[in-house]
Design a protein around this ligand. Sequence first.
Ligand code: 5GP
Ligand code: ZN
Length: 113
Amino acid sequence: MLDCLFCRIVNGELRAAVVAEDEWAMAFRDINPQAPTHILVIPKKHIGSLDEAAEEDTARLGRLLLLAKRVARDEGLASGYRVVLNNGAAAGQSVFHIHAHVLGGRRLGWPPG
Ligand code: 5GP
Ligand code: ZN
């Protein structure tokens, strides 16, 4: 999508601190980290949100989670980490290209705010 921030990162139009990538997904550091490790994992194909995900995205979403696991391991988050999908503005979604936040490196409270 032309005017999507994360599609522009996938295309290489915008720079990001990429930490991992495969055929399906890409992981890069959040520009405004909320924990010592805060990485975003996105599918290379544009999907606006979880609400917009379809049956045909099943494998893509699975790959996204597996890349999140790989990133967490590579970042040394063996003691625990959180994977968050904000869906919709009221839940805090601000970029409408689906992304999983991988957060770790500090004690994470529950429930989240
Ligand atoms: P959301 O609020 O949609 O769940 O998460 C969007 C995330 O994208 C936020 O944590 C925000 O800091 C991050 N973000 C916004 N713009 C950029 C950017 O240009 N580069 C990177 N690396 N992260 C961004
Ligand atoms: Zn996009």
